[in-house]
Design a protein around this ligand. Structure first.
Ligand code: HEC
Ligand code: HEC
Ligand code: HEC
Ligand code: HEC
Length: 419
């Protein structure tokens, strides 16, 4: 009854906690039970934070704010979240049934009593140690020398980090760009790997895919950094996601026509169609790179890894398109079939998105960026060209393309074959 909370209740302050606010009602447990709200870290998280995090207490009762976040940013709060049972929680310093403002001489956090309060755990502390505030944060203790110093240190470091790392990045980016360009020039003679039409298809696919990944996962993980970077609000996010989805489906439909009608497309589908041989190739490749066989398998225009990439993409795009459209037309689908169809589509859409994103990173990015043979990048997606030497190495059985490239190499001024 003597605590600030009890006094508040006596004055008719309906926001001050009564016994049941902290102890629960039907679920009252002893503090020795580590699941109890009145036990350990739960006191800070489940009891005090419930009321002392919001601005309402500061506005209505002048209770100083920001005490919960500053506690969780402090060593005590971080260690307690990490599972420490000896680091201080709110009650270790403020007490429990005897909580009083620090200005009250009876308060455990009154200046006169801090030696004893901190001394419970920090043996031998004097006022020099205890009188420095523990809740450090913007505007809490504007005159405290430690807080002022910490604020300046933060400001100086933020600027320092941006400038130093920015200069380092710029320095290396300039060198990297120049070296990458020089290496690419050294790789002559070149031959064409992707036509302009194919590069456009790839570019639309790549852009819409990245936009879909970011705007999709931003919905699922609203607390993540990319959701924060996006920070555009749900309405705009969902519109952009749909636009990218339509672009991807459009590119897919165009691709089907391309395969059926264009000469280059008909050749592509024949070359990229899976064959039983691909399974043996994969097996032989693993044996070779594990050192179990001396013979390096040879490939045609597309090796098994590229074929797997392509067909995984066909599968994934189809599935994402169908489930995506089902979610878009949820009322229609739900009324026609049953609402759980929409939920099933949503689940597939989410897990397939994870699968597709990881597949791109682990499989495709390896082949086009991280493979030491192509690092820093296989530039074919950009200008369509690939070094003849590299092509011979990877696609030895595509004799037709290699012969054509060789014929053109005799007359270097002619450059690579026409697209
Ligand atoms: C601000 C939150 C809060 C309020 C309000 C509160 N308590 Fe507590 N109470 C606690 C905490 C936290 C503990 C555990 C202290 C500890 O770890 O020893 C506790 C411990 C107890 C214990 C000791 C339990 C044991 O097994 O050691 C009893 C009994 C108790 N409270 C009764 C009450 C009653 C009765 C009221 C109302 C008049 C009340 N409390 C109000 C937070 C509160
Ligand atoms: C149900 C909401 C609620 C909970 C839970 C709660 N408090 Fe409070 N607290 C208040 C209110 C309201 C006041 C202001 C009371 C008044 O002045 O009438 C207050 C005041 C205080 C003050 C005094 C602030 C000042 O300078 O006036 C301290 C310190 C304090 N609470 C600490 C705690 C701690 C520590 C816990 C957790 C063990 C806790 N409170 C749990 C609502 C709550
Ligand atoms: C290590 C000890 C310690 C811990 C842990 C701690 N506090 Fe404090 N708290 C203090 C001290 C000392 C003051 C007074 C000086 C200051 O503001 O730093 C204070 C001040 C406050 C105030 C301002 C009111 C007043 O009496 O000056 C509130 C509210 C408060 N604390 C709530 C909390 C809450 C809620 C938690 C847990 C989330 C918590 N404190 C954790 C030591 C602590
Ligand atoms: C319930 C026990 C407990 C209480 C009460 C307590 N502390 Fe601590 N505190 C700890 C523990 C445990 C550590 C980490 C111990 C270590 O590594 O030496 C710690 C660490 C610290 C640190 C070091 C932080 C860092 O960044 O390394 C400071 C400063 C500190 N406490 C100040 C205080 C002050 C001031 C009070 C009183 C207002 C207080 N503590 C009350 C348990 C407590």
């Amino acid at each position: 009854m003597q605590s600030i909370h009890g006094q508040g209740i006596a004055r008719g302050n309906g926001l001050a906690p009564v016994c049941t606010d902290c102890h629960g009602i039907h679920s009252i447990k002893s503090p020795v039970n580590t699941n109890a709200a009145v036990s350990g870290t739960n006191v800070s998280k489940d009891i005090c934070a419930r009321c002392h995090e919001g601005v309402r207490l500061s506005q209505e009762f002048g209770v100083p704010g920001n005490r919960v976040t500053t506690y969780f940013d402090s060593y005590h709060g971080l260690a307690a979240q990490g599972g420490s049972v000896v680091a201080a929680n709110c009650s270790s310093c403020h007490g429990v049934h005897n909580i009083l403002p620090s200005s009250d001489p009876r308060s455990t956090v009154n200046r006169a009593n801090l030696d004893a309060t901190c001394g419970q755990c920090h043996k031998g502390v004097t006022q020099k140690f205890t009188l420095t505030p523990v809740h450090l944060g913007d505007g809490i203790h504007p005159k405290d020398i430690g807080s002022i110093a910490v604020r300046w240190i933060r400001l100086i470091y933020v600027v320092l980090i941006l400038v130093v790392i920015g200069v380092m990045f710029l320095h290396n980016a300039i060198i990297w760009r120049s070296k990458a360009v020089a290496r690419r020039k050294m790789q002559n003679p070149m031959m064409f790997r992707m036509t302009a039409n194919q590069r456009w298809q790839h570019l639309i696919l790549l852009t819409s895919f990245i936009v879909l990944v970011i705007t999709g996962f931003a919905l699922k993980f609203p607390d993540s950094w990319f959701a924060a970077v996006l920070g555009m609000g749900e309405q705009l996010r969902s519109i952009i996601h749909r636009i990218a989805g339509v672009a991807l489906i459009g590119a897919g439909i165009y691709h089907i026509f391309y395969l059926a009608m264009a000469k280059e497309g008909r050749r592509l589908i024949l070359d990229i169609a899976p064959r039983p041989r691909d399974a043996f190739d994969a097996w032989a490749t693993m044996r070779y790179y594990l050192g179990l066989s001396k013979e390096k398998p040879k490939f045609g225009r597309f090796n098994y890894a590229e074929k797997a990439e392509y067909w995984a993409l066909v599968w994934g795009t189809g599935l994402m398109a169908v489930t995506g459209v089902m979610m878009w037309a949820k009322v229609w689908v739900g009324d026609l079939l049953a609402r759980w169809w929409v939920d099933v589509a949503t689940a597939i859409h989410f897990y397939e998105a994870i699968l597709a994103t990881l597949a791109i990173v682990v499989w495709h990015f390896y082949q086009v960026f991280f493979d030491p043979d192509v690092y820093p990048m296989n530039w074919a997606w950009w200008d369509g060209k690939m070094p003849v030497e590299h092509y011979r190495h990877e696609h030895e059985l595509d004799t037709e393309a290699l012969a054509e490239a060789e014929a053109n190499a005799d007359k270097p001024e002619a450059g690579p074959p026409k697209e």
